[in-house]
Design a protein around this ligand. Sequence first.
Ligand code: HEC
Ligand code: HEC
Ligand code: HEC
Ligand code: HEC
Ligand code: HEC
Length: 396
Amino acid sequence: MRFIWLLAIVGLNLFAATAVQVGDKYKDSGKCNACHSHIVKQWENSWHAKSHYGNDEYFQKTIDYVARKDNRKSLNTIKIECATCHNPRIAVTSTSAEYEAIAALNLDKDSAATKALQSDTIAEGINCVVCHNIDQIHDELPASKRGINRVTWMKSGTMIGPYPDAKSPYHQVQQRPFMDSNPNQLCFVCHANDTSEEGHRFIDMQSEFKSNGKACVDCHMGPQKGGVASTLPIDNGKARKRLIREHGFVGAHTEGMWQNALKVDARKSGAMLEVVLSNPQPHALPSGFGSREILIEAQYTSGGKVIKNEALSLTSHYLSKRGKPTIPHLAVKTTQNISIPAQGAKVFSLPMASGADGVSIVVSYRLVNDEIRELLELKDPIWSKKMVIKKLNLKL
Ligand code: HEC
Ligand code: HEC
Ligand code: HEC
Ligand code: HEC
Ligand code: HEC
């Protein structure tokens, strides 16, 4: 018995991320277009497709900021760390002290790390061969091992999917439960927890998850519906009918998704206006990812005229090891966490206006709060756009 335990422990320690080369025939979504063009189109608009240094301003500037503040590590080393979840088909999964020494002298142009980061295999972020080329997910590993460190890749050319009876002339197929009966297991490979350079855990989606009977894919890929998985005529000259889902992975960047994402109630309580936010979803909202913000804005009126505006910003703040405001990836501490827990509620109070006979309340969401937008000098208007969750009018 003890021997088996020992074997298990040795096994765990020996497991390290192994990159498996994706063959040229499968390496980008363009290679799937001929037969899965509807899926490619949906995925292209998703933020999984933008998960790359060159395609997401917020991601890029966060990496640059970490590299500037953390003088022990080079920019490329930080990029490789983040690739664990953001670009998991990268060919190099860690760097050594020797590499850092060479990088510090700018002599790393021909290194394997530099080449891996420049490869077009990873330029598509989380693409088809990230999710559909996984052989095993190692949930026996510690919770901190995520992304590339939690999976074993299938050999190139075998696509993992939901159907037990699929056949394709272009690639091999195999079925796995994480594509079908247990899809949360796939999403939790990356959407589970994340830790700063200082070891501070700033997001904990998996342990906070409280099932309401729905899976991630039910809400973020939509319900299963009739359609085709492939447009190739394989069924008596026609495309085969299948139950499928959308590949949009719509989420926080899509305004429409925020409508009624939280339930909002308001009531007068003495000299204060109380706003109750309840969250029917199975994870906290905001999910906890660093900078996200909920805004409550109240406009008081008297006889139809506006007499006062009040606003409340609900967001998390982070402190660096020097005790200064910083971004989540460099934090040693979260000073405030306002997320509404899964299937929970929180009450927030705003001052009333004397003489008001009515109030209109707008609750909205922003991807990045003022503090972090300024620290990183984010330019794209999407980061500060207010996405409306709910509007409410109340007679006082
Ligand atoms: C453990 C997996 C994992 C690692 C490692 C990781 N991330 Fe992420 N990251 C995620 C997930 C999952 C999301 C989406 C979170 C959400 O929206 O709730 C995300 C989102 C982000 C976002 C927000 C992007 C946007 O468009 O709003 C930024 C910025 C970011 N990560 C930066 C980084 C940086 C910089 C690193 C490396 C220092 C890093 N991440 C490492 C999993 C990871
Ligand atoms: C983030 C992970 C992820 C990515 C990226 C992804 N898929 Fe999927 N895909 C899934 C999941 C999960 C299912 C199973 C959906 C279900 O429950 O039926 C699926 C299902 C499919 C199916 C079966 C038909 C269907 O729609 O259910 C095909 C074919 C497919 N994906 C192709 C692709 C292609 C091509 C790409 C790239 C353009 C891609 N996928 C990107 C997760 C992913
Ligand atoms: C020449 C056409 C063709 C090309 C190109 C192609 N596939 Fe397919 N694929 C198919 C057919 C046909 C099926 C089976 C459809 C069915 O049974 O309903 C299939 C099925 C799948 C499935 C589901 C497998 C299962 O067992 O559930 C996945 C996932 C998939 N393909 C991914 C991809 C990816 C990723 C690419 C690009 C790298 C790609 N395919 C390129 C024709 C193609
Ligand atoms: C390989 C790691 C990985 C896997 C597996 C993964 N994701 Fe993601 N996901 C990410 C990262 C990283 C981001 C942030 C990308 C960015 O904003 O640049 C993200 C973003 C998202 C978003 C936010 C989109 C938005 O607009 O804010 C949703 C929703 C999402 N993923 C759902 C899923 C679902 C559902 C699954 C399982 C079927 C899944 N993801 C599997 C890494 C992953
Ligand atoms: C019952 C529906 C539902 C289920 C199930 C669900 N979500 Fe969500 N999720 C939402 C809603 C609603 C939002 C807020 C609007 C939006 O971002 O789509 C959200 C937001 C998100 C975001 C962006 C949050 C932010 O503030 O950055 C991510 C990432 C995400 N979900 C991932 C997941 C993952 C991974 C799972 C499974 C472990 C999951 N969701 C299960 C409904 C759901």
